[in-house]
Design a protein around this ligand. Structure first.
Ligand code: DX5
Ligand code: ZN
Length: 223
């Protein structure tokens, strides 16, 4: 079984106050965040629009934490360089967002960023089996992408378990992240299934005390 350790916490600024984004990034960094999760939406791959590379660039001076940039855009290829130049440390693309994930992941690596692959709820774990040697992050969506504040889909837990087995079999150091509906109740389910990064928007930014909210996501787990 996957040995349960302290998960990394990546607040999603999608749930932050967009009029004060810089301060909101600093605030979660001070509150103990490990990564900053940035959700990029195009109104085409997902039915919502958020922000683009200029915002990532504008936020870059506000924190030295890794910027985990989740691209919910189709196509992604024309924008990869802009996100790398904007200061993205991890660039995650959806396996569903085009036929050439292999090429996109190569491109992300060549740009000097860490490549990641994301799976929507309807996508089986085997969809990424041929590209495991190319990624540093695998992200399981536990809601349909596009909006914060949705209910965690526990149907995704077997997929997390399976991906953890697949990662272990590679012997490579690949982070397994879960995104959507993570709160103090669902966080331990995701971690027990094998996740080691928890992405959370509302469970952090909708709370009055960000440090307490981040601790509450970690606390059910003892190393
Ligand atoms: C959804 C985004 C998530 C979102 C999570 O498409 O990928 O990162 O911000 O929000 P919560 O934690 O509120 O479900
Ligand atoms: Zn996300």
């Amino acid at each position: 079984m996957h040995s349960v350790t302290r998960p990394l916490i990546a607040p999603s600024v999608l749930a932050a106050d967009f009029a004060r984004l810089g301060e909101e990034v600093q605030a979660v960094a001070r509150a103990g965040a490990d990564w900053i999760h940035l959700d990029v939406m195009d109104g085409h791959f997902v039915p919502n629009i958020s922000f683009g590379p200029q915002v990532v660039k504008a936020l870059r001076p506000y924190s030295t934490l890794p910027f985990d940039v989740h691209l919910m855009i189709e196509p992604a290829d024309p924008y990869l360089e802009a996100f790398a130049k904007a200061g993205a440390d991890h660039i995650l693309i959806h396996i569903e967002a085009g036929p050439h994930a292999h090429r996109s992941l190569q491109h992300i690596r060549a740009l000097g960023a860490k490549p990641g692959i994301v799976l929507c709820p309807a996508t089986p774990p085997e969809a990424v089996s041929e590209i495991l040697d190319m990624v540093d992050v695998i992200l399981v969506m536990s809601v349909n992408p596009g909006f914060g504040g949705q209910k965690f889909l526990s149907s995704q837990l077997p997929k997390i378990r399976r991906l953890r087995e697949m990662i272990t079999a590679t012997g490579r150091d690949i982070r397994l992240a879960v995104d959507g509906g993570i709160d103090p109740k669902t966080a331990p389910l995701a971690v027990e299934a094998g996740a080691d990064v928890l992405i959370a928007g509302s469970a952090i930014y909708a709370q009055p005390d960000y440090a307490a909210a981040i601790d509450a996501l970690r606390s059910p787990v003892t190393a």
